[in-house]
Design a binder for this molecule. Structure first.
Ligand SMILES: Cc1cc2nc3c(=O)[nH]c(=O)nc-3n(C[C@H](O)[C@H](O)[C@H](O)COP(=O)(O)O)c2cc1C
Ligand code: SF4
Length: 510
């Protein structure tokens, strides 16, 4: 094959030379130049470069493969995927976010594209007596146990943790301003509080294992520092504190900030070396057993002068989670909320094995935590915030039905900012300025337009939740229970989520 390609390239080159000889014009000179360049490249591919065997065997032609590989995602998204099979978020779900964010028409023509007889199809049952959705209650929830003195009246939909560093400054500003306009909360992510977070929107200040904004480096180790934490926690914008144990996309790993995205500004905020990869440790330095964990939660609560303190994790070992909740109950001291992240959760950057094979998916994790809180009598005190691909109102209703009190959304808010799911968040090349620190790309995201879209998406999704709940004949979003959501297990067999996740023999039941 190599000789055939080389022969063709050389023949074309010679023909171009002949053409120039008989027709010495600009056009033929250009042709000859291109043909000569291709010939030289073919010779380089076949004989000089030694790294790529494919290029040595198929000079020039093999390069096309690299081009298609590079553009595979886009070709897939633009020409191949249909409305329901795009991953991780299908086109139908992406479109509803764009439509709600832009306040465009959000109705569907002609009927559902879902196969309602397929295994896994889910739906809610409506009532003969639907309610007026304008009257539906329950769009806000008070978070704060009897241990906290500054309870927070939260929206049931809030922006899940995403740091400045992972996202651009314009993205952070638009999210925070949108949160302010829509009166909901914006989680800082584990990267600390930047000036871009301080646009007036309510903040959930996250402390990760790197203690950015809440600690310092001592002998190369990141440790919690009460004074640094307190300074940030006492800001009036900070309404709640979230101690991150793990996230669904990389449980047990710790955060990763790629070197390219660790600019001087970000490095200064995090107190680390710029343009180096920053790996947060997998575990907290501040505690290593449940008693120490409870003491740390209490210390954080006191330092923040009684603001609600939560913990975030993706469910791993069920026995461990049960022991933790049991210990909370026995100590009569507990977090004010638990943020349960599903294994399907998103990230800016994670190792493949961690994203694909570690961590319990949200439906199982959420129902397990809910069950444990009930079992140990803590359900009234400890609220649950669930995150994991909640995008449309059905997702929200389903997670609330399964026991969540509020929902955290990360990627859907990225979509509302204009994310096109190019999946380059770890490369610093995000084409729409959401997940990059590249100055020219960041400028592409105009804060004054996108903040409104963030607010619109939130508000319209809340309205859609109310419409679904109204159709179910309920008066409040809080009335939705797992017995109201159904799933087709196999042809002809429909079961409620109550039977699937709350039956005695559920696989994850303890
Ligand atoms: C770009 C990006 C950055 C994230 N950064 C953090 C983080 O700093 N801390 C954290 O706990 N989770 C982080 N997450 C996880 C989200 O907060 C959320 O738990 C997860 O993506 C599930 O929500 P989703 O399915 O709505 O995206 C990040 C997710 C994304 C997409
Ligand atoms: S457009 Fe691509 S790179 Fe940018 S945030 Fe979305 S998925 Fe990440």
């Amino acid at each position: 094959m190599r000789d055939t390609i080389l022969s063709v390239v050389i023949i074309v080159n010679v023909l171009c030379g002949v053409l120039v000889y008989f027709m010495p014009q600009m056009g033929t000179y250009i042709l000859l130049t291109i043909a000569s360049a291709v010939t030289l490249l073919a010779i380089y591919d076949a004989f000089i470069q030694k790294k790529h065997s494919l290029m040595r065997a198929f000079p020039i032609v093999a390069r096309l493969r690299w081009v298609f590989e590079e553009e595979r995602e886009k070709i897939q998204q633009y020409f191949i995927e249909d409305d329901l099979n795009g991953r991780p978020i299908n086109r139908e779900k992406r479109s509803i976010v764009y439509q709600r964010a832009k306040e465009q028409i959000e109705t569907l023509p002609f009927g559902t594209q879902h196969d309602v007889y397929a295994k896994g199809y889910e739906f809610v049952k409506h009532s003969i007596f639907p309610k007026d959705h304008h009257q539906i209650k329950g769009e806000r929830v008070v978070i704060g146990s009897d241990k906290c003195s500054q309870k927070y009246n939260a929206s049931i939909i809030n922006i899940s943790a995403m740091s400045f560093g992972s996202l651009s400054k314009n993205a952070i500003m638009a999210l925070n301003q949108g949160a302010k306009m829509g009166n909901f909360a914006h989680n800082t992510g584990e990267g600390g509080i930047s000036p871009y977070h301080l646009q007036g929107g309510d903040l959930i200040f996250q402390i990760g294992t790197g203690y950015f904004g809440a600690g310092k480096s001592v002998n190369g180790k990141r440790v919690f520092d009460a004074e640094i934490f307190k300074e940030n926690a006492l800001r009036s914008e900070v309404k709640m504190i979230e101690i991150k144990f793990s996230q669904g996309a990389k449980p047990g790993h710790g955060g990763i900030l790629p070197a390219k995205k660790n600019t001087e500004e970000i490095a200064e905020i995090r107190a680390v070396e710029p343009y180096t990869r920053v790996d947060s440790p997998p575990a907290h330095d501040a505690f290593s057993n449940f008693d120490e964990m409870i003491a740390f939660i209490q210390q954080v609560r006191e330092l923040s002068e009684g603001k609600p303190v939560g913990i975030k994790f993706c469910v791993g070992d069920n026995d461990e989670i049960e022991t933790m909740i049991k210990t909370f109950a026995e100590a009569n001291n507990y977090p004010d909320f638990i943020a349960v992240d599903g294994g399907e959760g998103g990230t800016g950057s994670a190792p493949l094995e961690f994203s694909n094979y570690i961590g319990t998916p949200l439906l199982e994790g959420l129902s397990f935590v809910n069950k444990m809180l009930k079992k140990y009598g803590l359900k009234e005190q400890v609220k649950i915030i669930a995150s994991g691909k909640a995008i449309d109102a059905f997702d929200v209703v389903k997670y609330l039905a399964l026991g969540a009190d509020a929902i955290g959304m990360a990627r859907s808010f990225m979509l509302s900012l204009g994310c096109i799911q190019a999946r380059e968040c770890n490369l610093d090349t995000c084409p729409v300025g959401v997940a990059t620190q590249e100055k020219d790309l960041v400028k592409a995201l105009v804060v004054e337009y996108k903040n409104v879209r963030v607010k619109n998406y939130h508000n319209k999704t809340i309205s859609a939740v109310k419409e679904v709940v109204a159709a179910m004949g309920k008066e409040s979003i809080t009335e939705v229970e797992p017995k109201h959501i159904f799933r087709r297990n196999k042809a002809g067999d429909i079961t409620s989520l109550d039977n699937i996740y709350y039956a005695e023999d559920t696989v994850l039941a303890s």
